[in-house]
Design a protein around this ligand. Structure first.
Ligand code: DC
Length: 211
């Protein structure tokens, strides 16, 4: 069973995807991490993320880079959003994601184009959304906990910019697949969002809910 979880930055899709993987006993791939690694590799190479050739060359990043905590930073997220607009980068990362999605037994993948491009045949597709205000507030609390010096306004502006870039790019833009179920987590806490996601997957796949 393939479960596709798509949605914008800080919508809660990563948390939901991880929880679904644990609940259904499936492996999980955070595909945003691959784009973050490409963005970070371009920076390490001293290249320009907006230049297709520089971004494509960075797709040969070493696997060890995926464990770099710096990939979780806002800076890496911004670089990832910039390199992800290049069709050559998306092509280079396609096989790796496709191989993961088609593992025997199934998998959970989260990203932007899982239900539309990487695994259009997924048994369950969720499109996780939340208002910019709710997403900015969550990100703000996370970053403040890590001791980072940011304002709510800066985070909201950055989210809006990234949403716009992810939604309007020509190749594989962030849009819900026609057969995806929308899950708006704006007014939900973590537990509520995870329970709702499990319920949706159970309904879509005809699985018997756990007691
Ligand atoms: O989910 P994330 O914030 O880690 O993703 C970072 C960027 O990577 C995001 O702004 C767009 C890009 N991305 C993508 O284009 N396709 C994916 N499947 C996953 C991420």
């Amino acid at each position: 069973m393939i479960i596709a979880v798509d949605g914008p930055t800080a919508s809660g899709k990563g948390t939901i995807a991880k929880a679904l993987a644990a609940h259904f006993g499936l492996p999980h791939l955070d595909t945003g991490l691959l784009y973050r690694a490409v963005g970070r590799q371009v920076a390490l190479d001293g290249g320009n993320p907006d230049v297709p050739a520089a971004a494509e060359a960075a797709c040969a990043f070493p696997d060890s880079l995926l464990n770099d905590p710096a990939l979780r930073s806002e800076e890496s997220g911004g670089l990832a959003s910039r390199v992800s607009i290049h069709p050559g980068v998306r092509r280079a990362l396609y096989e790796r994601q496709r191989a993961f999605a088609t593992r025997p037994g199934g998998a959970v993948l989260d990203g932007r184009d899982i239900g539309t491009v990487i695994a259009p045949e997924a048994a369950a597709k969720l499109f996780v959304t939340a208002s910019v205000e709710a997403r900015a507030q969550r990100r703000f609390l996370e970053m403040r906990e890590r001791g980072e010096d940011v304002t709510l306004e800066e985070i909201a502006a950055d989210l809006r910019e990234r949403d716009e870039r992810d939604r309007t790019r020509a190749t594989a833009p962030l849009i819900a697949a026609e057969d995806a179920v929308l899950l708006d987590t704006s007014a939900m806490n973590r537990e509520e969002a995870v329970s709702a996601a499990i319920r949706i997957v159970n309904e879509l796949t005809g699985q018997t809910p756990c007691p």
